[in-house]
Design a binder for this molecule. Structure first.
Ligand code: NAP
Length: 386
């Protein structure tokens, strides 16, 4: 594919966003950067604007707008805007072909909706969008001619493997999980786990929310729901297996017992690039896997007594409706509280479970109702003392 693609990168200052820009830098002739967007912006965004010269730039935090407008780095931009509306307008720009959606958390939903409504291809890192409104987003994409291409390494792996395989002959989708930093930690040590320990992921370098979610395996719970919607398979066909080396990114087992895996070094630039190059393969900035090193690949089932948050993903997927919104909002608040030292590591899953117990599921919710559930759960959890 030699055609230049017009792209927008949302969440450009974050871990995935920065890696998406490395992919762009690796292929200067293949991309034109229509826009960059982030939350608070700041120094990193200004440097990105100076280096990559996007046509448009937007920050959701209106307070960050003045700083951006007055900075010399942004003087060449066609448009500098603030507020979530401005990000919606950026992704809907007629010139845009693909949108990298790498905003962290629930706030990403709006711009995912805006991009799909405008019929864009969305390279989706923001898995929360699918937990909040998966069924609805998939229907929106097929109605508008838009498309979601997964960026999450596990889902990218399944997506790649499924190319050319009949979905009705799939027996299981097997999502791999590294198990995070506490895979072998004695259970008696869990009450004392610190934020610093939980933020030290053994194989991936990611933003703080997803890193803590990897330590609790709440991330894998989110990914089970994400897989449910992306691949349209029943929940019973989605399994999680612990694979500490993060070399096999996920697998698909067919009814005849054959298992297909996608593997390689753990490097998010590969799935990000695949969502931008699809259906073509390009040389990537990642290093190739070295078979001359002594590799050992292990697989074993997750221990739910160690990782109770994982079971919550199956519960939410079974309950459906607005429970996904309650799940995401509660998990964001719980992780914020843990990072602020207000609750212990083990309380993260307990708090999320409590929010789900209290939540009265609305079936087939619309966007307004999803946003209202988010507001209510946040308000309720903020006003509680733990
Ligand atoms: N990191 C990974 O390897 C990885 C892998 C798979 C999936 N994901 C998913 O990708 C998403 C991003 O993860 P990350 O690790 O890159 O997060 P991150 O490093 O924390 O970065 C988050 C990005 O989102 C922006 N942002 C936050 N709130 C925003 C808002 N209200 N409006 C607009 N932008 C906002 C931030 O902007 P400011 O910094 O300017 O505030 C920043 O650019 C998450 O959904 C995560 O689950 C990440």
């Amino acid at each position: 594919m030699n055609q230049v693609q017009n792209i927008v990168i949302l969440g450009s200052t974050g871990s995935v966003g920065c890696q998406a820009l490395e992919v762009v830098e690796h292929h200067p002739d293949r991309f034109r950067l229509v826009g960059l967007a982030s939350g608070k912006g700041g120094e990193r965004l200004r440097q990105q604007v100076q280096k990559y010269q996007p046509l448009r730039v937007a920050v959701s935090d209106p307070d960050a707008l003045e700083d951006l407008k007055s900075s010399p780095e942004c003087s060449g931009c066609e448009l500098i805007e603030g507020g979530l509306d401005s990000i919606d307008r950026m992704v809907s720009d007629d010139r845009v072909d693909r949108v990298v959606q790498a905003i962290a958390g629930g706030p990403g939903l709006r711009s995912t909706v805006a991009a799909l409504k405008a019929g864009k291809i969305v390279a989706l890192a923001n898995k929360e969008s699918l937990v909040l409104g998966g069924e609805w987003l998939m229907a929106l994409a097929s109605a508008s001619g838009g498309r979601i291409l997964p960026v999450d390494s596990e889902h990218s792996a399944v997506f790649q493997v499924l190319e050319g395989l009949p979905i009705e002959e799939v027996r299981r989708i097997i999502l791999t999980a590294s198990g995070g930093p506490f895979l072998d930690l004695p259970l008696a040590r869990f009450p004392e786990v610190t934020a610093e320990e939980a933020l030290a992921h053994p194989t991936w370098n990611m933003g703080p929310k997803i890193t803590i979610d990897s330590a609790t395996m709440l991330n894998k719970a989110i990914e089970v729901i994400e897989a449910r919607w992306l691949f349209g398979v029943p929940l019973e066909k989605i399994e999680v297996v612990v694979h500490p080396q993060s070399i096999v990114h996920s697998m698909v087992e067919m009814v005849d017992g054959s298992i297909f895996a996608q593997m390689g070094n753990p490097d998010m630039r590969v799935p990000v690039q695949w969502a931008l190059s699809y259906p073509h393969r390009w040389v990537s900035p990642a290093t190739y896997f070295d078979f001359s090193s002594n590799h050992r690949l292990e697989f074993f089932p997750p221990d739910l007594s160690r990782f109770p948050a994982l079971a919550l993903g199956y519960r939410v997927a079974r309950e459906g409706g607005s429970s996904g919104a309650a799940f995401i909002s509660a998990s964001e608040l719980a992780v914020e509280k843990f990072l602020a030292g207000e609750i212990s590591f083990e309380q993260i899953a307990l708090l999320v479970e409590g929010a789900l117990d209290r939540h009265e599921t609305i079936f087939d919710p619309n966007l307004q109702q999803i946003l209202e559930v988010d507001r209510q759960v946040r308000q309720e959890m903020t006003s509680c003392s733990f």
